[in-house]
Design a protein around this ligand. Structure first.
Ligand code: AGP
Length: 628
């Protein structure tokens, strides 16, 4: 996912743009650039690699101007290179782009026939050519952009300015997010609010197919039909400090340590600790915009939520990656506690499998970013089939959040590390609370059972503090662990999705071969993988699946596998048979997975760090996949 920053105002555009792009570095990118007006002329400076390379080039540059745009590129069309970096400049036009222009070949052919000089392999540059040609006719950048948009097919967002209209920026959003940052005498546009938090807390979120026309000290938003539309200005309370590392070596480690607080913050709005019950707060079913959530009457909203849950006969939980493993947990919990049938789907599969969505279906999307293209498309498909949509995400007013009927928030603050940790664990806590509430509403749980679950949830933050002590343990074990040729993560029941998540963490951080498996599946194939160079990570807390898991463990050991086991308390048997044994505090069967995932996060983190890899921005990955 690319990073975009645009600015019009009295500050130094170079300063504003570089500061903003640095806040977006976590997304993962391969090149960066700026285009800034200097004494009325465009200066375009781009660099391959990290922002540092661009800053080195800019260090001797001074800009006498008020307008500029900048970009960090995650290559989709055209290899990472300076010539393919954004901004692209064609004549008076400078443009940055996020997303994909699907019909770029035909546009390229047509431009070449017209004699256009195309300098890059990107789809983005072609858009700059089209706007440049149109702008020469219209002498009006806004009209030029409006006129060429119908030519373009795909999900993309662009920000563009023209040298001959030096007090204007035009931006268009369809798919990848764009927000307008607002101050009385200056305006910003960016792909994420975090880029602008050092300057403003007031934002307007563009919806799909909206255009914003930024001029000196004013902006106008035009809807898909070309008419000006009123947009509410949202004030955020995310301070810039929240997105700093606060002394940790990496954002990911900081976010692992934030998990106790993240669980507490996720649950806080929904738990009534005086009665140990769950009262889901301000989900907002039936409101028309997320802006209204804050002003909702909690009692009335809770009544509406209960109505929706009562009439729901089937749930689909849809997500990608780590969020899909949370969906697997959601299925276990909702079916066990609320006795409601649940289907789970990987979003990129769901949207193309012609799903049958019966009436009274609720679709729950899980997405930290709220911008994952496949998950957004799946939500739209489910809604078009009459489903009620409930979004569980971490970014208020994100694309998915804005299109859902109901809203749950991870509430864990910005998650910067590409590998998700605190957002995942916050999601598990919320799925727990959601299942308990739903179970009570459907009469599947007694009041006493509800209180038992709530007390278990309230204990999790302090239990997590205990588990975090494994940080130093894995720092020491990394040298030995990196010798293994591969890792087989196994678990049963609620530990099976955690095994999948643990394997993903090792893959995406340490680039090592790892597989997650249902422990009962070992004899159906993976057993053949095991020899003395394989590590078996066995999740065996004292729960209803413990005995069976232990027999799977024996099968693995008998074939020479080295075991890393995670159990409850002082488990002599596991200690005896394991190369490494990590004990978890005693916990409820529905919360033990919030604890068992943490050693797996720390193991992946320390292996990656030990191997010298970029923990916060693993190769080839982006924090949010806003394209298919
Ligand atoms: C998580 O560690 C991965 N970076 C990735 O699998 C991620 O969970 C997935 O891309 C979904 O993202 P989302 O939660 O923002 O939709």
């Amino acid at each position: 996912m690319c990073g975009i920053v645009g600015y019009l105002g009295p500050l130094d555009p170079k300063e504003v743009i570089i500061t903003g792009l640095k806040k977006l570095e976590y997304r993962g990118y391969d090149s960066a650039g700026v285009a800034i007006l200097h004494d009325g002329k465009t200066k375009q400076i781009r660099a391959l690699g990290k922002l540092k390379s661009l800053e080195d080039k800019l260090s001797s540059e001074k800009f006498n101007g008020r307008l500029g745009i900048g970009h960090t590129r995650w290559a989709t069309h055209g290899a990472p290179s300076e010539r393919n970096a954004h901004p692209h400049q064609v004549g008076d036009i400078s443009l940055v782009h996020n997303g994909i222009i699907e019909n770029f070949e035909e546009i390229r052919e047509e431009l070449l026939k017209q004699g256009a000089k195309i300098n890059s392999d990107t789809d983005s540059e072609l858009v700059a050519h089209l706007i440049c040609i149109e702008n020469k006719k219209t002498k009006n950048l806004l009209t030029a952009v409006q006129n060429i948009l119908p030519r373009l097919v795909g999900a993309f967002s662009i920000v563009v300015f023209s040298e001959d209209q030096p007090e204007e920026i035009v931006a268009f959003k369809d798919g990848p997010p764009l927000v307008v940052g607002i101050l009385p005498d200056q305006l910003f546009v960016a792909s994420d609010v975090q880029a602008l938090l050092p300057y403003t807390q007031n934002f307007v979120y563009l919806d799909d197919r909206e255009i914003v026309h930024i001029q000196k000290n004013k902006f106008t938003v035009f809807g898909p039909k070309g008419k000006a539309v009123n947009k509410e200005i949202v004030e955020l309370n995310w301070s810039p400090e929240l997105t700093e590392k606060q002394g940790y070596a990496h954002y990911m480690l900081k976010e692992i340590y934030e998990q106790p607080r993240a669980v507490a913050q996720a649950l806080e709005p929904h738990l009534d600790v005086s009665q140990f019950c769950v009262k889901l707060k301000k989900l907002g079913f039936g409101t028309t915009s997320t802006q209204q959530l804050e002003s909702l009457n909690s009692a009335e909203d809770w009544k509406k939520t209960q109505e929706v849950f009562k009439q729901t006969e089937r749930v689909f939980i849809i997500a990608c990656g780590t969020s899909y493993y949370a969906a697997m947990i959601g299925k276990y919990l909702l079916e066990s506690l609320a006795k409601i049938p649940v289907e789970i789907d990987i979003a990129s599969e769901f949207r193309y499998r012609s799903p049958v969505i019966p009436k009274n279906t609720l679709v729950l999307t899980i997405s930290q970013s709220g911008e994952t293209a496949d998950t957004l498309a799946a939500l739209r498909l489910a809604k078009s089939n009459g489903a009620t949509a409930l979004s569980l995400c971490n970014v208020r007013n994100s694309s998915i959040d804005r299109e859902a009927h109901g809203h749950l928030y991870m509430n864990c603050g910005p998650e910067i590390g590409v590998a998700s940790t605190k957002a995942f664990i916050s999601t598990l806590a919320l799925l727990n609370a959601l299942s308990v509430a739903w179970g009570r509403i459907k009469g599947a749980l007694t009041e006493a059972q509800e209180q038992e679950h709530v007390k278990a949830l309230l204990a999790v933050p302090s239990q997590l503090e205990v588990v975090l002590s494994y940080d130093k343990y894995f720092a020491q074990a990394a040298d030995r662990l990196k010798e293994f040729k591969g890792f087989l993560y196994m678990g049963r029941g609620l530990q099976y999705p955690i095994a999948m998540e643990g394997a993903l963490k090792l893959k995406e951080l340490a680039y090592m071969h790892a597989e997650g498996y249902a422990a009962g599946e070992m004899k159906h194939g993976p057993l053949a993988l095991i020899d003395d160079r394989m590590a078996i990570v066995m999740l065996a807390p004292s729960d209803q699946w413990y005995e069976k898991t232990i027999s799977n463990l024996e099968e693995a050991r008998a074939r020479g596998g080295h075991v890393i086991s995670i159990g409850t308390g002082d488990n002599e048997k596991l200690k005896r048979v394991s190369l490494y044994y990590l004990s978890l505090p005693k916990s409820h069967w529905t919360t033990s997975m919030l604890l068992s995932v943490v050693p797996l996060q720390l193991m992946a983190y320390h292996l990656a760090d030990n191997l010298g890899y970029d923990v916060d921005q693993p190769r080839n990955l982006a924090k949010s996949v806003t394209v298919e």
